[in-house]
Design a protein around this ligand. Sequence first.
Ligand code: GLN
Length: 484
Amino acid sequence: MKLNELTIKEASQKMAKGEITSAELTKACLARIKEIDKKIKACLTVCEKEASKEAKEADKRRSRGEKGDLLGIPYIAKDNILTKGVKTTAASKILENYIAPFDATIIKKLKEAGAILLAKSNLDEFAHGASTENSAFGPTHNPWDLTRVPGGSSGGSAAAVAADMCLFALGTDTGGSIRCPASFCGVVGLKPTYGRASRFGLIAMTSSTDVPGPITKTIEDAAIVLEAIAGHDKNDATTPDMEVPVYGKFLEKNLKGLKIGRPEEYFGQGLEKGVKEAVEKAIVKLEELGAKIIPIKLPYAKYGIPVYYIITPSEISSNLARFDGVKYGLSSKEAKDLKEIYTKSRGKGFGPEAKRRIMLGTYVLSAGYYDAYYLQAQKVRTKIKEELDFELEKLDAIITPTQPSPAFRIGEQSDDPLKMYLEDIFVTGASLAGLPAVSIPCGFSSGLPVGMQLIGKRFDEGMLFRIGNAYEKATEWDGKKPET
Ligand code: GLN
């Protein structure tokens, strides 16, 4: 096995035993990026020199007796997460050459733990999308089939993990952007509870649902990364001051007596046959492992998409107002006055989807429409949240498919924004409710990976790790690799 194919756990054990060094591991990942990324296009910036230097530093830390699962582990971060001294573009022309003056809190934490930043990964511009086709720098390709999308918006991160360019990656999830690409690329993607990990230093999309999280090869690795990035941050008032559990201890427990809800609304019309079969098979497996599957109803689930696509553009229209051609990034040289600086810089800098969302958001927030759309959407959002909380009170988790179908072809849906929005049908609920949710590989449909989604109680990521790990250990999906 090549070093870049290792999981975090395997690599850290080998480093602890002195069998390999971080310098070798990092070199193997950089070589893999050079070999394969011409085809996949997952990375926007590669930090070869810095990474090699940091790897040597990590090896020194280990030789001084320092320990830790992430010490010397190479990773890739989505390019909407600020990294000091390394470009952060959000895959937008408006930030094409932007270099942040500070690290996001989660990057800082990973640095302290000794993880090595290898590269910044492609995404839909400002994380708006479900395919990574909205990147101003071109789409990323799915390692399982290069003619297909990797999902989005964290498509570069998921594709990089699936193609073994790194040991793990960071994504952000506002309405499915970690879970969707994880499902399409056959890797694990965790959206933590809203507030579990700091948003400080993330380029804001929808501040009320944005959350960063890990994309990994195994559940165990997701637990390791979450433990490192989670916790209170004085720079993000939505991170509660509560202890971060030792997530590893949840991995040892079996599933006997657990109650997992199966919402009938998530298994009906529009669900591709192969996806349905794979998820149903996973449900049978969970039952064999001792869990009890409970049929439930979530009648408000169907409002997830309309509510999400009112709230999200509203917050986007306000969050993107800061890109005015004055404070950050691109500033039009042709502008003759202040107003033209705004219009020309924004006109040139933003892509079509960002503009669409700014217009939608500005419209639904404007006087006269606010009550009819935004306020109404917030009321239904509360209903969605209450319904999920109510069901979860009696359950340990809820199981659903992550996406209605496997990865679609590049270009197949890009001219139809509504069709693209419908990709989010199963993932918006947990985002609007702020609940933790994970996508776990559970099989294949016509040779393409399928993911199942587990939704948990607020701050109960441990339960998702427990169920996911037991499932992963009892099945053959983990370890299956794309041929590219
Ligand atoms: N598909 C969702 C959207 O386009 C996902 C966004 C996200 O989670 N960043 O809004």
